[in-house]
Ligand binder design. Sequence first.
Ligand SMILES: [Zn+2]
Length: 126
Amino acid sequence: MQEKTSCVVCGHEILARVGTNCPNCGHTISFYEGNEKKKEFSKYFAMSIILPFLSFVAIIMTSESLIPSIIASFIALYFAYVVCPLRKIKLFSTTYEKIFFWVIWGMFTGLLITLEFNIYGNLLAK
Ligand SMILES: [Zn+2]
């Protein structure tokens, strides 16, 4: 028995599978349809890669002088806070997902902290 849903446009009963065309109005079921959590999850997944990467770029670009470095550190801290898995705990439905995101977050945060440590070491030694 395949899962059915009612078309969001005309209410006609159709298969809930992604890519199904409504025979009544031609509406196509999209991946995100009726699933806010999945959407939120994808957004979080993208952010947990992009934000640490932006932090990384910002830290590298500002590594020559102290004040910009401090600003970049605060940005990096803020981003780390934004993508911290602890804040998104409701999104994870399996232990695997939870571990996966903690590993990503831990790796990026660890990398950025090491980087900052070296940069400040160099800047303050001047
Ligand atoms: Zn329809």
